[in-house]
Design a protein around this ligand. Structure first.
Ligand code: DGL
Length: 258
């Protein structure tokens, strides 16, 4: 099936997911919506997040998407249940990855950096409780300011380093041995995060499991694109023009009302 895979995020965060997906699925066409006019989602109400996420899904359906990937932890944790009730194509979301972290930790201390609304969501709370093992400590930190800075791309490395140190050093002092990046925007600053955390702290991969699910769903629904024609990857934004080194030559970039 030639129809594109639809992806959305509040901005550029989910492009880190698209980067991996386009390698895994070289024949697939993609449409990515960066809702940067409404970024950040992380401080909005659940109602607003559901409404924005639904608007993005409706646009992706209008553009003939065969499945939808919510490349945003905030949107997934606050809206995926509702979206699945009203939308009848497969929807795959991304979550912070608590389960693998709980299985991995030896020091029984896990750090998580995410948006306010992800950490405060029912889904996160439920996953936490379902997997909770009494002697494991989860150290949560809201990444205040980070999404805006990453989105604007106007930060100095020194400034970002200082902010991240403030968030990460207390977790490091609590002896975490794994860190969850619970917001897709943070993948874009992973190199700075890695400079701050000791090498023996593992950053849990939350992208690979999503990609595996996408592949499984495409296969089981028999909707893989078998055509070997040159594929297209379209990125639409509805706010400020996107620019940055995360934008591949292959991307067709355009403003769109949605
Ligand atoms: N990339 C989104 C996430 O994974 C961004 C959150 C925001 O817009 O605040 O949560």
């Amino acid at each position: 099936m030639k129809n594109p895979i639809g992806i959305f995020d509040s901005g550029i965060g989910g492009i880190s997911i698209l980067e991996k997906l386009k390698q895994l699925l070289p024949n697939e066409n993609f449409i990515y919506l960066a809702d940067n006019r409404n970024c950040p989602y992380g401080s909005k109400s659940k109602k607003e997040i559901i409404s924005l996420s639904n608007k993005n899904c409706q646009k992706l359906i209008e553009l003939n998407s065969k499945i939808i990937i919510i490349a945003c932890n905030t949107s997934t944790t606050n809206s995926i249940k509702k979206l699945r009730e009203i939308i009848d194509i497969p929807i795959i979301g991304i979550e912070p990855g608590l389960k693998p972290a709980i299985q991995y930790t030896k020091t029984k201390n896990i750090g998580i950096l995410a948006t306010e609304k992800t950490l405060g969501s029912k889904l996160f709370f439920k996953t936490l409780n379902q997997n909770r093992i009494d002697d494991i400590h989860i150290h949560e930190q809201i990444g205040y300011e980070l999404v805006n800075l990453i989105e604007e791309g106007s930060y100095s490395k020194q400034n970002l380093y200082k902010i991240l140190e403030k968030y990460l050093v207390p977790m490091i002092n609590k002896k975490i041995d794994c860190l969850l990046l619970g917001c897709t925007h943070y993948n874009h600053i992973r190199d700075i995060i890695e400079e701050i955390i000791p090498v023996d702290i593992k950053i849990v991969d939350t992208v690979a499991p999503v990609n595996k699910r996408v592949l499984n769903i495409l296969k089981s629904n028999n909707i893989l694109n078998k055509s070997t024609n040159k594929r297209t990857i379209k990125i639409y934004y509805n706010g400020k023009k996107l620019s940055g080194n995360y934008l591949d030559q292959e991307y067709y970039l355009k403003y769109l009302e949605f």
